[in-house]
Design a protein around this ligand. Structure first.
Ligand code: HEM
Length: 230
């Protein structure tokens, strides 16, 4: 095993990979939420459809998308490996075990639970929107004034989906899972890569809580507003 392979399977290596992929995914969430807020314009979907056209045709963004898919998989696989490792070491814990080790294991177990819910959400979510957009010809094509090319009417698909009560409930429940996952994941990720000075830890935890509240709230509001008003 060379030093890189040893690093990848070491506890610290696994935590660093988890943190870096987590930070990348959090950046994605911000960009994705800002993009999805285009859905709330009262323009019949023009802003959102032009935005998704740009996001799926710009070569740089397309490349970042491939990196995103790989990152989701690495984050999920490493998460499973870390949880299993922690469970194995928790199994070997005796009654003299330090409380901090125990709480870390517990936090990790919850992280895994929220993570699994988010992963299930992602599978359903990608099947409903991403797959339909990329691999089917089910969507209506529209041309907007001033544009030379046709674009897919993904807005219409989103509007139809969010008229289903069970879909809205699923999104809201999964955004609660995302909030809990981020509440621990945000500061944990930055702490692992070195931002652990006591002076900054409080700031990091507060920023994490605000982030973990606002981002899922923004995502959850979209289906609710569609269901009620669109
Ligand atoms: C109201 C909430 C949401 C809406 C309306 C929404 C909408 C969409 C749509 C229309 C697409 C396909 C078009 C595109 O690639 O931009 C998409 C892709 C995607 N969504 Fe969402 N999304 C929501 C929440 C989320 C959340 C919470 C996550 C992550 C936990 C997520 C992860 C993804 C991923 C990974 C893709 C594929 C992106 C790519 O191909 O580059 N989405 N979403």
């Amino acid at each position: 095993m060379n030093w890189f392979q040893s690093f990848l399977v070491s506890s610290i290596g696994q935590k660093i990979i988890m943190s870096l992929t987590g930070i990348f995914l959090m950046l994605f969430l911000v960009v994705h939420l800002v993009g999805n807020l285009q859905l709330l314009h009262d323009d019949g979907g023009q802003a959102f459809n032009l935005y998704t056209y740009f996001m799926t045709h710009n070569p740089l963004i397309k490349t970042v998308s491939y990196l995103l898919y790989i990152t989701v998989l690495i984050h999920a696989i490493q998460g499973i490996l870390i949880t299993r490792k922690n469970q194995a070491s928790a199994g070997g814990m005796n009654r003299y075990v330090k409380k901090s080790t125990y709480t870390t294991t517990l936090a990790n177990r919850y992280m895994a639970f929220w993570g699994i819910l988010i992963f299930i959400f992602l599978v359903i979510h990608l099947k409903d929107f991403w797959y339909v957009m990329k691999f089917t010809s089910d969507l209506e094509m529209v041309t907007y004034p001033g544009e030379t090319h046709e674009v897919k009417n993904l807005y219409q698909r989103v509007a139809v989906e969010f008229k289903e009560l069970w879909v809205v409930i699923l999104y809201v429940v999964c955004m609660v899972a995302l909030a809990f996952h981020l509440a621990h994941g945000f500061w944990s990720a930055f702490q692992t890569i070195g931002a652990s000075h006591p002076k900054y830890l409080r700031l990091l935890k507060t920023t994490g809580k605000i982030f973990a509240f606002l981002i899922p709230l923004g995502f959850a509001l979209i289906p609710v507003l569609f269901y009620l008003f669109k």
